[in-house]
Design a protein around this ligand. Sequence first.
Ligand SMILES: NC(=O)c1ccc[n+]([C@@H]2O[C@H](COP(=O)([O-])OP(=O)(O)OC[C@H]3O[C@@H](n4cnc5c(N)ncnc54)[C@H](OP(=O)(O)O)[C@@H]3O)[C@@H](O)[C@H]2O)c1
Length: 277
Amino acid sequence: MKDMKGRYGRYALITGASSGIGEEFARQLAAEGLDLVLVARRKGRLDRIAKELRTRYHVDVRVAPVDLSLEDFMLELDPVINDLEIGLLVNNAGFATSGPFLETDAEKELEMLHVNARAPLVLTKALAPAMVGRGRGGIIFLASMAGMISLPYMANYAATKAYDLMLGEALWYELKGRGVDVLSLAPGAVKTEFGKVAEVGSGFGLMEPEKVVSKALRKLGRTPSFVPGSFFRAIAGSSRILTRKMLVRVAGSLWTRYIMRRKHVDCLEKRPEDECS
Ligand SMILES: NC(=O)c1ccc[n+]([C@@H]2O[C@H](COP(=O)([O-])OP(=O)(O)OC[C@H]3O[C@@H](n4cnc5c(N)ncnc54)[C@H](OP(=O)(O)O)[C@@H]3O)[C@@H](O)[C@H]2O)c1
């Protein structure tokens, strides 16, 4: 791998570092010798990961237990980072809701918009100018294949991920001549806590986070966006030959069947069969 510290600067800030893809970014970047700022709500988890990475890789790791859905989250984060050169920003924190749009909780949908879309915007606005000033830096946006294919029954989630995808791709172009590498990472399904949180099943993931992250770090600076895994790249590729109308119809019918089957399986785990038809 390229010299990450020389290319980007001393510290990487990773949001959503308490589990899944974010935790894996923390592990791989620490292994590259970068010092870290880990952001998420679950402080206990962040502390445990920080302790392990300090011991194993002899890097500095700061922990910022911050709720990114709050309007003024920068007030909490600023004291932790204001004396640091953040060279790499990984806008990873995110979650999904699932179910018919008219039935999901409006507050939760707004919270998701804030974490998945507003927080990356606020953080990028806060940290990118200094990167440009130094002539070096990197920013990764966790988009999703859901951001390429409108997804009925995860409609707002897909819309937030389309936002991440578009923002990252456009910034790749704007910042590429100014020393800052930008990548929108658009995974398909990854084995993390995501499926459980979104209530689409814990067996939802297909790819291991290790592979997703190592590929992303290699692609950073080389391309505006990247879908890890040849299976998911093939789906992303084939989606380009369909019209938008066909695409949303196919996605809707496959997803309806998947969600209905999941909900049936979940029901059977809790109730007798005659109550789960
Ligand atoms: N797994 C997949 O199949 C998949 C596919 C495509 C894209 N993605 C994207 O990948 C990213 C990471 O997800 P993951 O798969 O690694 O899921 P995950 O294991 O559930 O991790 C989500 C992370 O986001 C953090 N987070 C959630 N709400 C937060 C809030 N209000 N404030 C601060 N941090 C918050 C969580 O930390 P706390 O709970 O401790 O706050 C956790 O560290 C997400 O943006 C997701 O959309 C995932």
